[in-house]
Design a protein around this ligand. Structure first.
Ligand code: DGT
Ligand code: CA
Ligand code: CA
Ligand code: ZN
Length: 560
């Protein structure tokens, strides 16, 4: 809600208050204690960035579920005006300008205006920005109103926590979120209880639920303040496992599973696995039990896409999917030296705190000026500092760099500098619009240099913002296999690049994969679960993943 405040203040040009609310929102996100508890203990004002005004708004929200001031601000613009800000090139100031000067109140009208050439006539806009706006709208249309997995997961866990706090222990997320799909249509929540009415009450009381779409005995849907839909289903405890199976999907997976049940003379639905008469419940409480009774290994949610998982489970040949416990370190980490927010020391200590055996620091190379890339001297100085820090903390810090692959495929540091690094992540950050042949050749040229160990975010896509560049990924992977170059799964929420299918192709080709966060702050390290989810969807096992190696094996492997 504080972020929403900040957006609205931005639209009013109130930069000072916007910054204050944004800062307060970030401090609260970083807490490991709930804000309710902190208020109860009277420690609200001790949180950095929370002054008197914001403190009283927070208390009002916690008490009443909403803020009068926020509701007033929401009414100052039609809701579609904020939605225009989903277009990458449209900030609050532009959105408000479209509204005031052209009377545009939503995306639809903005599209019409851009197509009619009315945007280019506004001061500060031209044909180019008009074309960019149209391209942005098309991307949004393609993506529909789907949200990033990371956003959905935080909304989902907030709802789960809220409902649990009302005394319902059996609450889970289901649907595409549980399968860790890269984008999510709506949030699905499942509760196992015989007190359906009370559970629905708890759901509707979720502070961020602003609208009830449908309200029934077994299903209720609400709209959250940012437009997201959340569905909640309630089943009796005894059916919780069956309902979890059913509402996790995918639909294709479920269709096949139901057919298997029928062939065994059983019946499967969201209330359980029944005998053929549909009378006697054979299983329902535990999801795993349902798979077992169908003579299948329990299938992890991330695999449930009808991509061969049911056949593999029948043969007892499901992969042993990677988990967080298998990950020994993060190899793509930025610091304050380039465009990160925290120091080498802070990032190293944050990695230690997360139980890793090592960390790899990889700031940007010189040509990436917008990210304050390091020149050779700065890089060499930082290597020495990292070595000392590693000794001091008694924690292995591997010294890498995220080196640009320049337009002609050369790497952005001289060979003798690259040789001093423990490893190199090479990435494309410029000139995305080459032809498929040029881009493929550019990256293959870099791989052939023999100076890079990892290809960073291999396709360059940004979910909802930028398409992958044109690239022949098979050709790139074949060259990578020949040169022992690993492919990154970048866990930055908008990237998830390689994607699930890319992981599976890498595995088939015998290429190692690295799961990284591309963290630009301490909290950024917590995005590892997104990379892991993507890898699991791609059937990856620890043996396919470079950073499942302990230290010093990882160092040897990178050196080889
Ligand atoms: P989303 O929300 O578009 O990201 O994708 P899902 O998979 O979360 O889809 P959703 O929210 O429509 O439904 C959640 C799950 O419920 C879905 O994965 C499978 C199950 N489900 C929904 N409708 C049907 C249906 O008509 N038949 C079957 N077998 N399952 C369904
Ligand atoms: Ca869903
Ligand atoms: Ca749904
Ligand atoms: Zn990068």
């Amino acid at each position: 809600m504080l972020h929403e405040f900040a957006d609205l203040m931005d639209m009013h040009g109130d930069i000072f208050r916007r910054n204050a609310y944004r800062r307060a929102a970030r401090s609260i996100e970083a807490l490991d204690q709930s804000i309710e508890e902190i208020i109860r203990e009277g420690r609200l004002r001790q949180i950095p960035g929370i002054g008197e005004g914001i403190a009283s708004i927070l208390m009002e929200i916690v008490e009443s579920g909403t803020s009068k001031e926020l509701e007033r601000l929401r009414r100052t613009f039609p809701p579609g005006v904020a939605e225009m800000m989903r277009i990458p090139d449209v900030g609050p100031r532009s959105a408000v300008k479209f509204y005031h000067e052209l009377g545009i109140t939503n995306l639809e009208e903005l599209k019409d205006a851009a197509e009619d050439g009315r945007i280019r006539k506004l001061s500060g806009f031209g044909e180019r920005s008009e074309a960019n706006i149209l391209r942005g709208i098309r991307l949004i249309e393609q993506q529909g109103s789907r949200m990033l997995l990371s956003d959905a997961l935080s909304k989902g866990s907030a709802i789960v926590e809220h409902i649990r706090s009302y005394g319902f222990p059996l609450v889970s997320v289901a649907g595409s979120m549980r399968r860790m799909m890269e984008t999510i249509g709506d949030v699905d929540i499942l509760v196992g209880t015989s007190h359906s009415v009370d559970a629905m009450e708890a759901f509707i009381a979720f502070p961020n639920a602003v609208d009830i779409i449908v309200r029934g005995e077994s299903k209720t849907s609400v709209r959250l303040s940012d437009g997201t839909q959340a569905d909640m289903r309630v089943v009796p405890e005894i059916s919780h496992g069956a309902a979890l199976q059913y509402f996790t999907g995918s639909k294709e997976h479920n269709v096949k599973l139901r057919r298997i049940a029928i062939n065994k003379g059983l019946r499967l639905n969201e209330y359980g696995l029944f005998d053929s008469a549909g009378v006697n419940l054979v299983a329902g409480l535990k999801e795993d039990e349902i798979y077992r009774l169908l003579d299948l290994q329990p299938i992890p949610p991330e695999l449930r896409e009808d991509r061969g998982e049911i056949e593999a489970a029948a043969r007892n040949q499901l992969p042993r999917l990677v988990t967080q416990r298998d990950i020994r370190g993060d190899l793509h980490v930025h610091t304050i030296l380039s465009d990160g927010h925290d120091t080498m020391r802070e990032m190293a200590m944050a990695a230690m705190k997360r139980g890793y055996d090592y960390v790899g620091l990889t700031d940007h190379s010189a040509s990436l000026r917008i990210a304050n890339g390091l020149d050779v001297d700065e890089l060499l100085t930082s290597l020495e500092q990292a070595r000392q820090l590693s000794n001091e903390l008694n924690f292995p810090i591997m010294r890498g760099a995220e080196v640009d692959i320049l337009e002609d495929g050369t790497l952005d540091y001289p060979d003798e500098v690259l040789d001093q690094l423990d490893y190199v992540i090479a990435s494309v950050h410029s000139r995305f619009k080459m032809s498929i042949d040029q881009m493929t050749e550019r990256i293959i040229y870099a791989i052939k240099s023999g100076k890079m160990q990892i290809l960073g975010h291999p396709t360059g896509r940004l979910l909802g913002r930028r398409e992958a560049y044109a690239i022949d990924l098979d050709a790139v992977m074949e060259e990578a296999a020949r040169h022992g170059v690993a492919m990154e799964v970048n866990g930055f929420p908008e990237r998830l690049d390689l994607n699930d299918m890319g992981c599976r192709r890498a595995k088939e080709k015998g290429i190692m994969v690295v799961l990284n966060t591309d963290a630009h702050s301490e909290e950024g390290l917590d995005n590892m679960h997104l990379a892991i989810g993507t890898a699991r969807r791609g059937w990856l096992e620890p043996e396919n993943i470079l950073n499942c190696l302990p230290y010093p094996d990882i160092k040897d492997a990178l050196a080889r």
